[in-house]
Write a protein that binds this ligand. Structure first.
Ligand code: NDP
Length: 427
């Protein structure tokens, strides 16, 4: 079994990290790692319109994750320093309490068909419900392989919604998308059943597209961390735990805080979405709409102190696929999925929920004690050094000098680098 505990990984050179990974993964699982141009131009050209190049993004590994008793190496693609360091530390702390429990619902997504110009909305609603089986059969006829896999259109609901002066019938097709995120296949179904719905309602169909508020496809994660595992920065474990719980209550009370709280959760979720070829905008849209489902924007995670431990939990929609979309378009993505143990979509969604919870814990742990800047700025200094043009060993030298100067600014990094280049021994 792969271990996600790789002590000292962060201090190694990239080549050493790859050697360390090779001790527990086979060559196929590492193919493409350690290279920068992993998305061929031809693929890029086929993926989007007006393509002119490829933008690289660092891929790292979130370490120390123990999820449902299994070690998982979590690939994360992200440009922001400190995200991976923070999540790996939080996962290490959570291990002390047995790691994370995680699960996800069946992959059921909602497709919407908007029916307008209805003389009698209630009668239209009844007519659609009477034609339920015919509509589902028509949807499934457009994607017969989905039904054979055990998925496809399985449910139908009708909501009457006032839009301006009119009442529209909004048909929800509930589709089991199996291993796919499902947007394209649902959109095909929604467009395909529109003529039938127009016929039975005598109305006019307008929009036909999935809803990214994927609240039938929720993922959940939780953890319970003993106080001892939390002691740090000169604070006792109990103090850190209470600081995290208090920060959680602040997010409950204030949408301005809840928004930033959730940004921290999504730092982790989005990085895994990108590394696994998933549509992070869809996940973001779904997560924030879900956060506002009670009429007030709320945090996606909650932390409380109970029986000498800190307990955290999260629930959010995670609409991901392990097939379709961009999963196969970038040859590195199947490699990264294999490194995770080739999870199916439900397992992947559970892992992402655990990563979001860990990411949030890391932020609150620092915010409730010494603040995030101490840890963050050290890593940020390296990015600033690179932005100033530092290369190789100069990156660390410039970063160290920036931290010592207490001013992590680009112009300062450029001055330090210029001095270093002029007189390498002087700095
Ligand atoms: P695709 O259409 O790319 O792929 C899904 C297809 O994969 C299925 O229809 C199915 O086709 C095939 N497939 C093969 N094996 C399986 C399996 N085990 N389980 C399920 N399907 C399987 O992707 P999606 O429909 O998932 O759409 C996702 C894409 O849509 C993303 O790239 C997203 O960015 C984009 N998108 C998102 C929107 C949004 O979020 N609002 C809107 C529009 C597009 P078959 O049955 O024929 O084999």
């Amino acid at each position: 079994m792969t271990s996600s505990r790789l002590p000292g990984f962060y201090k190694m050179k990239m080549s050493e990290r790859l050697r360390r990974l090779a001790e527990q993964l086979d060559g196929e699982e590492l193919r493409g790692l350690g290279q920068s141009a992993t998305l061929p131009l031809a693929n890029a050209d086929a993926m989007i319109e007006n393509a002119v190049g490829v933008l690289g993004l660092p891929v790292g590994i979130g370490l120390n994750f123990l999820i449902n008793g299994e070690d998982v190496l979590v690939p994360m693609a992200v440009e922001e320093p400190s995200v991976i360091a923070a999540v790996s530390l939080a996962a290490k702390i959570a291990r002390e309490g047995g790691g994370f429990k995680a699960e996800a619902d069946e992959p059921r997504m909602i497709g919407q068909v908007q029916v307008t110009e209805l003389a009698n909305p209630d009668a239209a609603r009844a007519a659609i419900l009477r034609s339920r089986e015919e509509i589902l059969a028509a949807a499934n006829a457009l994607h017969p392989a989905m039904k054979m896999r055990g998925g496809g259109a399985k449910g139908l609901e009708v909501r009457l919604i006032k839009v301006g002066e009119e009442t529209h019938a909004i048909v929800h097709l509930i589709v089991d998308t199996q291993e796919a995120m499902g947007a394209n296949l649902i959109n095909t179904m929604c467009e395909g059943v529109a003529p039938l719905i127009e016929r039975v309602t005598a109305g006019r169909v307008r929009l036909r597209i999935l809803s990214n508020l994927a609240d039938l496809r929720l993922a959940r994660a939780s953890c319970a961390i003993p106080f001892e595992a939390l002691a740090d920065f000169g604070f006792s474990g109990a103090e850190v735990a209470h600081g995290i719980a208090e920060a959680s209550r602040f997010a409950d009370a204030d949408p301005y805080r809840a928004c930033t709280h959730n940004k921290g959760v999504m730092n982790g979720v989005d990085a895994v979405a990108l590394a696994t070829g998933n549509d992070w905008r869809a996940i973001e849209a779904g997560a924030h709409a879900f956060a506002a489902r009670n009429g007030k924007y709320e945090p996606l995670t909650r932390w409380r102190v109970e029986h000498g431990s800190l307990r955290g939990s999260t629930e959010l929609p995670i609409q991901v696929g392990t097939v379709g979309g961009a999963v196969k378009a970038n040859p590195l993505i199947p490699v990264l999925l294999r490194m995770m143990g080739d999870p199916n979509t439900r397992k992947l969604a559970g892992i992402m929920a655990a990563v979001g919870l860990a990411q949030n814990m890391a932020a609150l742990r620092a915010l409730g004690t010494v603040g995030i800047q101490k840890g963050h700025m050290a890593l940020h200094a390296r990015s600033v050094a690179v932005s100033a043009g530092a290369k190789g060993t100069a990156v660390e030298e410039v970063a160290r000098a920036l931290i010592a100067a207490g001013e992590i600014k680009l112009h300062r990094a450029q001055e330090i680098l210029a001095k270093l280049v002029a007189a390498p021994e002087a700095t």
